[in-house]
Design a protein around this ligand. Structure first.
Ligand SMILES: [Zn+2]
Length: 89
């Protein structure tokens, strides 16, 4: 689904990652545009992107999230984190 030139994944409340957009053939490079260290997936973005360590620490209290942290995180906290990264502007 496209809203104002931003693609949203049908399975997530988060805007599409580079990997999603590569599959949709909207971008050619699935690499994370923030850290350029690995493929950008939703899990990479939320849990372990090194470019957003300080923002993650501010919102979750830790630099990296474990899968169990994600399960316990409130959706509004995840949304605020995503917004603070300015990744999807
Ligand atoms: Zn990254």
């Amino acid at each position: 689904m496209l809203i104002d030139s931003v693609a949203f994944s049908s399975s997530s409340f988060l805007p599409c990652t580079s990997t999603d957009l590569t599959i949709m053939r909207r971008v050619n490079d699935p690499l994370c545009p923030l850290c350029k260290e690995e493929e950008e997936t939703s899990l990479h973005f939320l849990r372990k992107c090194r470019a957003t360590i300080n923002i993650r620490r501010l919102h979750f209290g830790v630099p990296f999230l474990e899968p169990s942290d994600l399960k316990q995180a409130h959706w509004i906290t995840l949304l605020r984190f995503a917004k603070a990264t300015k990744r999807f502007q």
